[in-house]
Design a protein around this ligand. Structure first.
Ligand SMILES: Nc1nc2c(ncn2[C@@H]2O[C@H](COP(=O)(O)OP(=O)(O)OP(=O)(O)O)[C@@H](O)[C@H]2O)c(=O)[nH]1
Ligand SMILES: [Mg+2]
Length: 454
């Protein structure tokens, strides 16, 4: 079995070391923080594919007293081939644990054989302590690469590049907050070149895994979103799950909200997020986890005016696409201008009756609750789902800010809006078929990642 590749991420405090570990291992539990000195101890994180451990990255505290450590190393004259032993002697000196806890912590895994990824933000001129850090790393004799994390401008980047080139075999810019697949692969290829031959097979496997996973995941996500959307379009009240004292409308609202939550949670889990929980994100867009808060529907779906236009177009294109019970423009106008939206879920109530059996004298006619036939519903459900997926796809695990849903159905062309309404109508009138499902999935795929060709 191939050896696991092992690299240590080191550098000055607060330069994004932990963020890089978080992004590359797709682990959002790595401690990242604005306060300098967030990482106090070396901590290892791994990336596995198909149950095989491929890469371990060790996150370390930043250098605190690099110049003093270098002075200690240089206090005795040693030949270049003895420098690594001199670093080992530094680590073996008991009092250094107290005097230089951060340097001991960060150099220990390096001297155990890890490659080095040195991180800088290249924000200011190269200082004496920066040079001391690089010199110490050179003394370790371990394979070394440098990463410029562009978190603070590029004014000094040239100076930094030229300096880093003196100490490191490979120097590149890498932005852990926004790194997409290409730049991650570039970094991994560099690691592959630097790694011990025994570790190279693991990195190669990792590269292949990431390349294959991307299109597979996109397709899978599109299928899941299509299935989820179809379920929401046809969801009727689950009486069994109705809580005591809850009205049927409220129960259906809750069930629709819950279905969205469940879907979002599943996507988070599939992307390896452990911390990004919806209910613990106070800054999330208002009512983010409340699909059925109809007051905010125009934010995700269409405005009343847009709805009227597209509904009109849909009607012209395919006859009476919108069956709102009695049909006709006046009802539609009522529905979209709030008449039905505002009432206590009036538009939720299907006109269908469950059978004359229930209309016996003295027995109240049982209403069927759902599916939701409001014309904005297909847009709102789709826009929120797509937006969620797009955000997940474009962010990295290093980010600790809130997800923001940005997609709005009004950005879709009118032809697309009409298609979506048509699909909803097909579903709600039991005319759904395999071809519709495929068309819906293909459309979602084309919408999900508009910047990419699959
Ligand atoms: N805007 C921006 N912020 C970044 C970037 N990289 C890191 N940060 C932020 O900078 C701060 C420090 O990031 P960390 O990854 O914790 O840095 P560190 O080098 O591990 O810090 P210590 O553990 O304290 O040495 C965090 O608030 C990050 O969110 C970046 O590329 N852009
Ligand atoms: Mg850190």
């Amino acid at each position: 079995m191939a050896a696991v590749a092992h690299f240590c991420v080191v550098g000055h405090p607060n330069k994004g070391k932990s963020s890089i570990v978080s992004t590359l291992t797709e682990n959002d539990t790595v401690q990242v923080g604005a306060v300098s000195g967030t990482t106090r101890q070396a901590d290892s994180f791994s990336f596995s594919a198909d149950q095989q451990l491929l890469l371990t990255l060790t996150d370390t505290p930043g250098f605190q007293r690099a110049r003093q450590v270098l002075a200690w190393l240089q206090a005795e004259a040693v030949a270049p081939h003895q420098r690594a032993d001199r670093v080992r002697a530094f680590l073996a000196t008991a009092e250094h644990r107290q005097r230089f806890p951060d340097e001991v912590e960060l150099l220990t895994p390096v001297m155990q054989g890890a490659g080095i990824i040195y991180v800088t933000d290249a924000a200011g001129p190269v200082s004496a302590s920066d040079l001391a850090e690089m010199e110490i790393l050179r003394w370790t004799g371990q394979p070394r690469m440098a990463v410029i994390n562009p978190m603070a401008g590029t004014a000094h980047q040239q100076e930094w590049r030229q300096t880093l080139n003196q100490y490191f075999q490979w120097v590149r810019v890498f932005d852990p907050m926004n790194a997409q697949l290409d730049s991650r692969l570039q970094l991994l290829r560099a690691m592959n070149e630097l790694a011990e031959p025994a570790q190279q097979a693991a990195i190669e496997r990792l590269i292949t895994h990431l390349q294959r996973r991307e299109p597979d995941r996109m397709k899978h996500d599109a299928q899941q979103l299509a299935a989820y959307w179809c379920e929401q379009m046809t969801r009727t009240l689950d009486e069994q799950a109705r809580m005591l004292g809850e009205s049927p409308e409220a129960a259906l609202h809750r069930q629709l909200n819950q279905a969205e939550q469940t879907q979002f949670q599943l996507w988070l889990k599939q992307s390896g997020y452990q911390r990004l929980a919806l209910e613990t994100q106070p800054d999330w867009v208002k009512d983010f986890n409340q699909l059925m808060n109809t007051e905010h529907w125009s934010f995700w779906g269409l405005t009343s005016k847009e709805l009227l236009i597209v509904s009109g177009a849909a009607g012209a294109a395919a006859g009476s696409l919108l069956d709102l019970g009695t049909g006709g423009a006046s009802l539609l106008l009522g529905a979209v201008t709030g008449g039905l939206v505002g009432t206590a879920g009036g538009w939720l109530v299907s006109k269908q009756k469950p059978g004359s059996r229930l209309a016996l004298p003295g027995v109240k006619t049982k209403r069927l609750i759902g599916p939701v036939r409001h014309p904005n519903f297909p847009f709102v459900v789709m826009a929120r789902g797509l937006s969620f997926l797009q955000q997940l796809k474009s962010r990295t695990h290093a980010r600790r800010d809130a997800l923001e849903l940005q997609v709005n159905a009004s950005t879709w062309s009118q032809a697309e809006q009409v298609r979506l309404l048509g699909w909803a109508r097909q579903l709600q009138s039991n005319k759904w078929n395999v071809k519709s499902q495929q068309a819906l999935e293909a459309w979602i795929l084309s919408q999900s990642y508009p910047d990419e060709r699959i």
